[in-house]
Design a protein around this ligand. Structure first.
Ligand code: CP
Length: 316
């Protein structure tokens, strides 16, 4: 299908990153960092309300939800937030599609949706005419997290091309890694894993290097991303062997001893939320190379640009 045949709400939606060009992504980064450099409190006085947006968070969230809410307000839209199914008609048996169709009838300018995997966001686009921004979909994709990670590397290191990004921890349940695999192809950076066997994907991509030790992986990396161990997504078989797995996982915690294998210019990252002592220690999260809070800060500006893009205010 040519781009001209794709309905506008579909071409504007961000469910994954496959359709982006590197030119569009660098334009997004450029506009994000310009917004950040110009941001000041007085700018808030100039915000004009242009309409509403429907933010549906059907899985727990702190950063992404507040970030999208802030970005929605700064872009001039009023965020109407549905947080979990409790207290909504989903609890009474209404289908997800019906809920979205009814909310669409109230004319939000866009949807932001965090949903479990069994809700199909691509299929939803066949029923509605309003663009969707994916705010984390099961373990399938978290495109704005990958983009905010990448803009942070770009900001701090000046380039992403041929940079080495090491993912440590729960790779197999990570939607962040899934989105980075798409983004790395577009922006030409390298991805490697460092994790115990039980947290590696079953179908391993042959192009991805797997480092057996943190020492090797950190020596290779320009940036290391520690990932949360997502116990809530672990199958029963994993839960039954928790004690044994906890021992294996100990070798993959970012600590003050092993973090010095990362170069002095290297970046320490985590998408959050953090389980201290399981993925990273408190001390390492506060190391001078840590950009964990810069990731969060950049995420709000990046999402604001995406919202301005899908509502036709800026082009990428
Ligand atoms: N990084 C991230 O998605 O965090 P939240 O689950 O708090 O939104």
């Amino acid at each position: 299908m040519s781009t001209s045949q794709i309905a506008p709400h579909i071409s504007r939606s961000v469910i994954d990153l496959k359709s982006f060009s590197s030119h569009q992504i660098y334009s997004l980064f450029d506009q994000c960092l310009k917004l950040k450099s110009k941001f000041n409190k007085s700018a808030i006085k100039n915000y004009q309300l242009k309409g509403t947006a429907a933010l549906l968070f059907l899985e727990p969230s702190t950063r992404t939800r507040f970030s999208f809410e802030s970005a929605t307000v700064r872009a001039g839209f009023h965020p109407l937030v549905l947080e979990g199914a409790a207290g909504t008609s989903l609890e009474k048996g209404e289908s997800f599609e019906d809920t979205v169709l009814n909310l669409e009838a109230m004319r939000p300018l866009f949807f932001v949706i965090r949903a479990p995997q069994h809700y199909n966001l691509f299929r939803l686009l066949e029923f509605i005419k309003t663009p969707i921004l994916n705010a984390g979909w099961g373990k399938l994709a978290h495109p704005t997290q990958a983009l905010l990670d990448a803009v942070t590397v770009f900001e701090k290191l000046g380039s992403l091309q041929q940079k080495n990004i090491l993912f440590v921890g729960d790779i197999s349940h990570s939607r962040v890694v899934s989105s980075h695999l798409e983004l790395a192809k577009i922006l030409d950076y390298n991805i490697a894993y460092c994790a115990p066997q039980f947290l590696l994907p079953q179908n391993q991509n042959e192009n991805i290097t797997h480092f057996k030790s943190l020492k090797e992986g950190l020596s290779w990396a320009h940036a290391v991303v520690a990932l949360r161990v997502q116990k809530e997504r672990h199958a029963e078989s994993l839960r039954q062997h928790q004690q044994e797995f906890a021992t294996q996982l100990n070798e993959f915690i970012l600590t003050q001893e092993n973090i010095n294998y990362l170069s002095p210019e290297g970046l320490i990252m985590h998408p959050g939320p953090i389980n201290y002592g399981t993925e990273i220690t408190h001390e390492v999260s506060r190391d001078s190379r840590s950009v964990i809070l810069s990731q969060v800060e950049n995420g709000t500006f990046l999402r604001e640009v995406l919202i301005r893009h899908i509502t036709d205010e800026v082009t990428l």
